[in-house]
Design a protein around this ligand. Structure first.
Ligand code: P6P
Length: 344
């Protein structure tokens, strides 16, 4: 049996790979791990809210029960504020950036973008949900960090990861040297290394997309879906269709089993639905570090997209490299004239 290696031990071990690291990023990652354990505890008893009263009711201490995504947001922001290594948090739950203005945080050099509880609508039906985080170094050198420090391209990320609250709770992250997965062992309250050096299979046989939007998809997406459904044993088609409705769960499965996840432009979301700063960029960093591919469907790497606003959206095609390339072939053949800003 391999000896247990906790997230904390792993972070310190890997810090040695960065000779000039002074421990700030290590402490920041540990702060995130602590908040993840706190959120996990509440997510895991979410079903009990019905017994204890609906969210928004008051618990026996008379405290108002909060929606879980607001609770998660507050826990991560508090952990980052207390940790002192982060100066700004950009969150899906906050319209504006959150300045962490404690004496220590003001001089902190890291920015964290976060989706505190992605897929939270699935909590009531007991489907996996998750937290996504993205870490940048502030670019400004004088005064307080600003929104411009947040609106950096994905290629500038120093770290990114997600926590999936599923059949087990896992924390998966990269600092640009591969992707490693840690599973929470509740008996010791530690994330333990369980999936070292995660890699996407080069191809797969599962496609993940909300086909309910089919009529509004670009022609290239419709053609790719039909390609996936054709009977061709030589290429293991038809593929299987799997769609959880929590991007983290769909992507995590794709990374382990092989597959492609697509959220294209639709009539309801002409610029795509998923957010660039705290969903697509962090997930794309992980995908690429695990040997996969992540683009907007028009041969443009997600990580190289210009970031112009905090809650900016983008279409996303990510997963096993060969599957993304095949989907992009169909996108390139279609007559659709995409919004020119989307074209690589
Ligand atoms: P739809 C969850 O709300 C989310 O942001 C992603 O996690 C998920 O992949 C997507 O939206 C689901 O969107 O439109 O298919 O319900």
């Amino acid at each position: 049996m391999n000896p247990i290696k906790t997230l904390g031990q792993f972070i310190i071990e890997k810090q040695a790979d960065h000779p000039y690291a002074k421990g700030e990023l290590s402490r920041l990652l540990r702060d995130i791990g602590i908040a993840a354990k706190i959120v996990n505890r509440e997510v895991n008893k979410a079903g009990l809210v019905d017994i204890l009263g609906q969210a928004g009711s008051t618990n026996i201490q008379g405290e108002t029960q909060q929606k879980l995504d607001i609770y998660a947001n507050e826990q991560f922001i508090a952990a980052l504020k207390n940790g002192g290594e982060c100066c700004i948090v950009a969150s899906e739950e906050n319209e504006e950036i959150v300045m962490l203005d404690t004496d220590v945080s003001l001089d902190a050099k890291y920015i964290v973008a976060i989706d505190p509880l992605d897929g939270s609508s699935n909590i009531d039906v007991n489907v996996s949900v998750g937290t996504i985080f993205s870490i940048y170094r502030r670019q400004s050198t004088e005064g307080r960090a600003t929104l411009d420090d947040v609106l950096q391209k994905g290629v500038n990320q120093v770290a990114a990861g997600y926590i999936i609250y599923g059949t087990s709770t896992m924390l998966v992250y990269t600092t640009g040297r591969g992707v490693n997965g840690f599973t929470l062992d509740p008996s010791i309250g530690e994330f333990c290394l369980s999936h070292p050096e995660m890699q996407f299979p080069k191809t797969g046989h599962v496609y993940s997309i909300n086909e309910g939007n089919y009529v509004h998809f670009p022609q290239g997406v419709k053609s790719y879906i039909k390609y996936c459904q054709v009977e061709d044993p030589a290429t293991n088609r038809p593929y299987s269709s799997r769609y959880v409705g929590s991007m983290i769960a769909d992507l995590h499965r794709s990374m382990i089993k092989g597959g492609i996840f697509i959220y294209p432009v639709t009539a309801a979301a002409p610029g795509g639905k998923l957010r660039l700063v705290y969903e697509c960029n962090p997930m794309s960093f992980i995908v690429e570090q695990a040997g996969g591919k992540a683009t907007n469907g028009y041969k443009k790497r997600i990580l190289e997209l210009d970031v112009n606003s905090l809650h900016q959206r983008t279409p996303i095609f990510m997963g096993s490299e060969e599957m993304v390339l095949k989907a992009e072939e169909f996108m390139a053949q279609s007559e659709d004239l995409p919004n020119i800003s989307l074209v690589g």
